[in-house]
Design a protein around this ligand. Structure first.
Ligand code: ADP
Length: 594
């Protein structure tokens, strides 16, 4: 089975981690390492909250001493007190906001790095099962939602909770019975808050999944833009992408509709409580049992407490949305690669290893049909083994098994007599150079693209490799020479130039096993000759396995394997196979059309 995530149709049926364990994991793995910053931020939050309560408390002397008591001596101290309180609140809010944001950004980059590291260690089956747009969306969108949830929850919890504590404390001191009456209704709200949170978490998962699909659609569209233009499929693509955009839009609207349900419920509740306070407080003041200043201070505290209370109620929404994203991120972080090194993985020491397929059988995950069966052959060092046959015969699959992109279902692939499952992946792949027909060229300099073959190679080694691959001259012909940026997928290079760069890369790698997937696209005669010469040089002294599309390569191969429907239909040299007058001879006659 591949290390794959459940398919799209099952996206909302994924096992959901319990909230508490998810929160614990986020805190333990990503938040705990910033405890100093968090501690300082919380101190400043508490200070800012105390200042808010102080402002409410100051309403009492403003009314009782200054306005009603007409005490001139109190004007300046009370005004100064209010001014200082605002200053204190402003500065401490600035400090804790900066600190919390810093922590949030660090958490995002930590999770993004972890995710990317994970991707770099997962196997091919995972990447087949998860389109690249989905993966990009995980790293960019989900992680950002997690950051928002973490910082918002921490700030919200810290600041709102402190503010509430101070304000409710002040209200208790002013009138404890009224305070109890005012807040007794709030537990009723919590059930509703939890219900809304649950629905939001579910919807957030769907939004993220749809966003992933949208990213995927977009990246596919941009990659295939030539085809789209050539086939005038712009309108078709616009309809497809617009549908995806609308799905995201509608889900977002649904999410806002649900989360905003809290607002009217909150407002109505507070309206009733407020009216109650005015009625009760008004009678108390008129009866002389309390002062107008105390009532004003109580009302100020209640009004100020309303904001943090609303925030706390909404906090669950943000938290649930974030947990939805965390679920998806952790699902990826926890994916176990199917292809792993054993504890005592060996390294390849031979400089001339052969490659042996020992009765290999292989099926791709989820496919009933076997892509390969009864495949046995040995590719000797210093020889060229050519794979030919009709499309879908299994040639690429054989190539995929050698670097362990997949493990065989049965049988063993051996390098230098050792089952490659016992060899460390690093050592195995260091010993393999891959030149494939869909050449990967990064949007970087020519130098960097060649150096990909050996990241530690000196500039001189790169020049030498380029010379051997007959690439040096055309590279020097560019305005910036080796520093020329080649464009996405090497758009600034011709087909032949790309091939020669990829050959230079393989020469630089200097690995004893060479896997070659010959380009099918026709090159002009001169380029063709240059590429062929470069390949000949590259093949020398190596164990070469080549998917052959050209007659020349096949004729000179030491061994030809004719693959048909996953089996080796014929094997031998060119001459021997022609004499056999079987599939190969037939293919040869019809110009290797397969
Ligand atoms: P060839 O290189 O000779 O054209 P392949 O090795 O690519 O043939 O394909 C062999 C068989 O495996 C084909 O039936 C093909 O459809 C199937 N196949 C190839 N790649 C995959 C994949 N990633 N998932 C499922 N089936 C695959």
């Amino acid at each position: 089975m591949p290390a794959a995530l459940p398919k799209k149709s099952k996206k909302n049926q994924q096992p959901k981690a319990p909230t508490s364990s998810l929160i614990k994991r986020i805190i333990r793995t990503y938040v705990a390492c910033y405890k100093t910053e968090l501690f300082i931020a919380i101190l400043f939050m508490a200070f800012a909250a105390a200042m808010t309560a102080a402002l409410a408390a100051l309403m009492q002397p403003v009314l009782d001493d200054v306005l009603y008591g007409k005490r001139e001596d109190m004007i300046i101290p009370v005004a100064l007190g209010i001014c200082l309180t605002f200053c204190g609140r402003g500065i401490s809010t600035y400090i804790h906001t900066i600190l919390m944001n810093k922590v949030g950004q660090y958490i995002v980059s930590d999770i993004q790095t972890d995710l990317f590291k994970k991707f770099m260690h997962l196997d091919m089956a995972f990447f087949h099962a998860n389109p690249s747009g989905q993966l990009v969306s995980r790293v960019v969108n989900d992680v950002n939602i997690m950051r928002y949830a973490v910082t918002d929850s921490l700030t919200g919890l810290g600041k709102s909770l402190f503010t509430l504590i101070f304000l409710i404390g002040l209200m208790f001191l002013t009138d404890w019975k009224l305070t109890l009456a005012a807040f007794i209704v709030f537990p009723l709200l919590s059930g509703f808050v939890i219900y809304v949170g649950k629905r939001l978490r579910k919807i957030s998962k769907s939004i993220q999944s749809e966003l992933g699909d949208l990213s995927d659609l977009l990246s596919q569209t941009f990659q295939g833009i030539r085809l789209i233009m050539a086939y005038r499929a712009e309108d078709f693509e616009i309809v497809k992408v617009t549908r995806a955009i609308h799905r995201v839009r509608d889900l977002n609207i649904k999410s806002v509709r649900i989360s905003t349900l809290l607002t009217p419920v909150n407002e109505i509740l507070v309206g009733f409580i407020f009216a109650g306070i005015i009625i009760y407080g008004g009678y108390e003041v008129i009866a002389g049992r309390t002062t107008a200043g105390h009532l004003a201070s109580f009302i100020a505290a209640f009004t100020m407490a309303y904001e943090p209370m609303k925030k706390l109620a909404k906090l669950n929404n943000t938290l649930q949305t974030g947990l939805g994203a965390a679920d998806r991120v952790f699902l990826m972080i926890d994916t176990k690669p199917q292809i792993m090194d054993t504890n005592d993985a060996k390294i390849i020491t031979s400089k001339t290893p052969d490659v042996k397929f020992d009765n290999i059988e292989f099926s791709y995950a989820g496919e009933d049909l076997r892509a390969l069966q009864n495949i046995s052959f040995t590719a000797q060092n210093g020889q060229v083994t050519a794979l030919v046959g009709p499309s879908g015969g299994g040639k690429s699959t054989i190539m995929n098994l050698i670097p362990r992109f997949y493990d065989p279902t049965n049988g063993a692939v051996k390098v230098d007599g050792v089952d490659i499952r016992e060899i460390s992946q690093a050592s195995l792949r260091e010993n393999i150079a891959l030149v494939s027909q869909d050449i990967t060229i990064f949007n970087d300099s020519v130098m960097a693209n060649i150096r990909y073959g050996n990241l530690n190679a000196s500039d001189d080694a790169v020049f030498e490799a380029a010379k051997s691959a007959a690439a040096h001259d055309f590279i020097l012909g560019f305005d910036d020479g080796y520093e020329t940026i080649v464009g996405e997928n090497g758009t600034k290079l011709s087909g032949g130039q790309k091939q020669r760069i990829s050959i230079a890369r393989a020469i630089l790698r200097d690995a004893p096993i060479l896997l070659l997937d010959e380009a099918t696209s026709a090159l002009d005669n001169e380029s063709e000759k240059l590429v062929q010469d470069a390949l000949k040089l590259l093949e020398k002294g190596r164990t070469t396995i080549v998917i052959a599309h050209r007659l020349t390569t096949v004729q000179e191969a030491d061994q030809i394997l004719v693959l048909d429907q996953g089996c080796i239909a014929e094997r031998g040299t060119h001459d021997a196979l022609l004499t056999q007058n079987g599939v190969y001879a037939q293919m040869y006659k019809t110009g290797m059309k397969g």
